[in-house]
Structure formats: structure tokens, C-alpha cells
Design a protein around this ligand. Sequence first.
Ligand SMILES: NC(=O)c1ccc[n+]([C@@H]2O[C@H](COP(=O)([O-])OP(=O)(O)OC[C@H]3O[C@@H](n4cnc5c(N)ncnc54)[C@H](O)[C@@H]3O)[C@@H](O)[C@H]2O)c1
Length: 363
Amino acid sequence: MENQKILKGAIVGFGFISSKGHMPAYADRFKNLRDVEIIAICDICPERISDVPDGVRFYSDYQELLAKEIDGLDFLDVSTHAADHYKIAKMGLELGLHVLCEKPLTTSIAEAKDLIQTAITCKRVLFPCHNYKHAPVVNAIREVVESGKIGKVKAITLNTFRNTHAIGTKEWMPDWRRHKEYSGGGIAMDHGSHSLYLTFEWLGGYPKSVTASSQNFSFPKYDTEDNFSAVYEFESGFANVHLSWTAGVRKVIYTLQGEKGAITVDDDQVQLAILHSDENESSSHKAMWNNEFYSVTSDWMDSSHVSWFNSMFDKFKTAIDQNDFENKEIMDAYFCIQSIMKAYESIENNSIKLSLENNFPRI
Ligand SMILES: NC(=O)c1ccc[n+]([C@@H]2O[C@H](COP(=O)([O-])OP(=O)(O)OC[C@H]3O[C@@H](n4cnc5c(N)ncnc54)[C@H](O)[C@@H]3O)[C@@H](O)[C@H]2O)c1
């Protein structure tokens, strides 16, 4: 620990997630592990300086931050609204920095492709904040799936219920998620990545097709959808993704059905049902389930998800240590964007079924 290199970083966009989630986790790591230190922060709102820790330099223009701080930096943490991720991350990569980027990576397929190609060309790690993979209850699901207890996963449902869209920092534009110009889309663009990268993991691949539908209960006040439903077909099965900002409740309910059993997750509560057949029954093969119930505390209500940050940052660090420029996480981010954009295309075309590529297209 004494001689290890301290990764020096700068944050661009110091609103809710970076001030309440990322920065406290970085400060904690600096104190306890001494492997990362934030030396500069940028936010276009000068008022955001009020949350900047002592000793960290503050800028209101990311280009100025990069010009002045580049020699002392190893990585950039991009935590602005979605539509600005691409240009800031691209500049960081081209200047030789590794980039940790909040989801969604970009708001178009072309931008995602270009950003990943830039990272590969510049030999820098581009890494998305796919933090739901690090929720304790998701780790518990992973253990069950990997143990083979429920067999090969064939069907999953991911329901994410919210009582409002997430509200951004009051000093800037709290409702930016409801304006397409800033968000690139509604709840599918904002939250879809979390559901999608979990489907990729649980179904072991990327989707082949999508059929989608959406509603905007707040039209014409806002121009982005607040409810979204899509079916994604995979080689091994299918996933049903439902997202709502108008559900009157904040919770996730995930179900996974495998060949030998099923898992249901309701926030922290897990039900594991293992299928067996009672051979003594006269009717051939009567299905029987052995149920197990347990709870895995995961802090779902804390939307900063600060407690999930550390293990995600460990993976970013490992990718840097291993020069893993085409890391699995960034490929997942590409397929998240493709899956979201193709769902939007399906919606615009009367919910027709559309095919998705499941190879990363090289230039
Ligand atoms: N992974 C998660 O669980 C999670 C949770 C919340 C938010 N997020 C993501 O984090 C990002 C930010 O969301 P938020 O809720 O913190 O929003 P926010 O509105 O609270 O913060 C965004 C900040 O970026 C600043 N900003 C905007 N444009 C800028 C620019 N060009 N240069 C510098 N600063 C700029 C704004 O002033 C604001 O302070 C989004 O991509 C969002 O999807 C992820």
C-alpha cells in the first residue's frame, strides 16, 4: 500500500451523483487505501463550488480544467447530464486520460461507437458506471446463477418503479431528464442501461431483437417518455424490461426463470425456488418447488448508491492496470445504447420487432 501509485482524477459535472455518490467514495478511498485522489472539479454552475472539498481546485469550464491540470491527471470522471458525456469523454481520451463515465455512455449509437474506438486507438480505458452490478442483492443473484442451482436462465423480467424522475441538483436544471435535448430520451435512456446490462449478464449474451412501447403521461410539458416496456430476445431466452417514473413507489422487482428453478427479488427480499419432480405422483411429473426466503441489505433507497461505488472503481482500476481497452463493461455499454436506441426506433414504427447486431462493429 505504501508505494502504490495514487490515481489522480478530475470530476466534470458536480451535481447529485458525483457530489453524493462518487466524491464521498473517492475521499474514503484516499483516506483508507490511498489509491485515488480527486485534484480538480468542474461544473458549469459556479454555485456548485459550495460542495467542493477543501484543497480541490474548481473550474467552471472543463476545457480550462483540462488545459491547466492535464499534466497531473490520470483519469476523468464524467458525471454531467447524458447529452454532454460524449464530447467531454472524447476530449479526455484524446488528451491521454482514462475515463470513468456515468451511464448512459452516450445518447446515440454513432457516438458510443466512436467513443469506444477512440479509447482503443488512444490506448486508454473507457469505463461505464454500471453500478447496479455491484448491489449486494445482485451479487447474491450472481452467486446463485453461477452455482448452477437454477440451471440455465431462460426468461427474466426487470421491473423498475419510481415515483418521479430522478431530480438533478437544484442549482442547474433539476428536470433535465425530461428534456430530450439534455437527456437524449426519457426513462429508457436514463435508467435502461441498468436493466439491460443485468439482462446481458443473466442471459449470457446480447439481444437479437427488440419490440418496444412507451408512454409520456406528462406530454406536452415534457418531451421524454416516463413509462417504457420492451421485450428483448436473446439466443438463450428473453427479457421483459419495464420502467416507470409514475408508479407511486420506488422499488425494483426482478425475476429470473431457469431450467431448474427461479429467483424473485423485491428490493432486498429474495425468494429462491428450486424445481424438483415428485416421481411418486401418479400423474406424470408433478412440478414441486422448494422455496428459500432471505434478505440481502442493498441500500436501494439511497439513490447515490455510494456503497456500490468501491467495487465498481476496483474494476476500473484493474482495467487500467491490465491495459484492458476493450473491456467487457464498455462493450456492455455499447450494447446498452444500441438496445435503447433500437427500442426507440421500434416505438416510432408501431412497435415492430427490430433486429440488433450482437457484434461490436469495427470501423
Ligand atoms: N449510476 C447511477 O446510479 C446514477 C444515479 C444518478 C445519476 N446518474 C447519472 O449521472 C449523471 C448526472 O446525473 P445527476 O443526477 O448527478 O445530475 P445533476 O443535474 O444533479 O448533475 C449534473 C451536473 O452537471 C453540471 N453540468 C452540466 N453540463 C456541464 C458541462 N458541460 N460541464 C461541466 N458541468 C456540467 C450541472 O451543472 C450539474 O451540476 C447522469 O448521466 C445520470 O444518468 C447515475
